[in-house]
Design a protein around this ligand. Structure first.
Ligand code: SF4
Ligand code: SF4
Length: 173
C-alpha cells in the first residue's frame, strides 16, 4: 500500500503535465507583436484632444492640475489671438507637462476638465530611462491633427471662437 500510493500520485501528476502539453492551447501572448485589448475603463497614458477643425480643446485653465492628488501636472497659459489661435476662448496651454513618475492614473484630471481636453487613453507602453524623460511635454501628449483639420496656431475670423467651453450635448456625460 505504501508503494502504490506514491506511484498513483506520480502518475496523476504526469497525466496532468501531459494533458497541459498536448491538450491545452498555449496562453502566452507574443507581446509586443500581439497585444491584448484593454478593458473599456482602462486608464493609460494621457492624450490632449483636439476639435475636428484642429483647434486644441485645452484652454489652459489648470483645473486638472488643481485636482491632481499627486501634483503631477504643470500648466502655463498664454493668450489666444485671432491671428494665432490654438484653442477657442481667451487662453490656451502654452506649457502642459505631466510627470509620469508621480501620476497614479486616478483619472481625477479627466473628471475635472471642463472641455474634455485631457483623456486617459489605452496606451500602457510607458518607458523612460531618466527622471527628465518621465516628464511628458505637450508635444508628446497632444493628438495629431484630425483629417480635414489644420495645425495650431490657426488664423481665425474675429468673433467666432469666443466661447472657451463648448456647448455639451449631454451635460451628464
Ligand atoms: S491621472 Fe490622477 S495622478 Fe495622474 S495626472 Fe491625472 S489626476 Fe494626476
Ligand atoms: S486639460 Fe482641461 S482642466 Fe487641464 S488645463 Fe486644459 S482645459 Fe483646463
Amino acid at each position: 500500500m505504501r508503494v502504490v500510493e506514491p506511484v498513483v500520485e506520480l502518475a496523476r501528476g504526469l497525466a496532468t503535465t501531459l494533458r497541459m502539453i498536448f491538450g491545452e492551447k498555449p496562453v502566452t501572448v507574443q507581446y509586443p507583436e500581439e497585444k491584448r485589448p484593454v478593458r473599456p475603463r482602462f486608464r493609460g497614458r494621457h492624450v490632449l484632444k483636439r476639435y475636428d477643425n484642429g483647434l486644441e480643446k485645452c484652454i489652459g485653465c489648470a483645473l486638472c492640475a488643481a485636482a491632481c492628488p499627486a501634483d503631477a501636472i504643470f500648466v502655463e497659459a498664454s493668450e489666444n489671438t485671432d491671428e494665432a489661435r490654438y484653442s477657442p476662448g481667451d487662453r490656451y496651454a502654452s506649457t502642459y507637462e505631466i510627470n509620469m513618475l508621480r501620476c497614479i492614473f486616478c483619472g481625477f484630471c479627466e473628471d475635472a476638465c471642463p472641455t474634455e481636453a485631457i483623456v486617459l487613453g489605452d496606451n500602457y507602453e510607458l518607458s523612460f530611462t531618466s527622471r527628465r524623460e518621465a516628464i511628458y511635454p505637450k508635444e508628446m501628449l497632444i493628438e495629431p491633427v484630425p483629417p480635414g483639420g489644420q495645425p495650431t496656431p490657426q488664423k481665425t475670423p474675429p468673433g467666432v471662437f469666443t466661447r472657451s467651453v463648448p456647448e455639451m450635448k449631454d451635460s451628464q456625460d
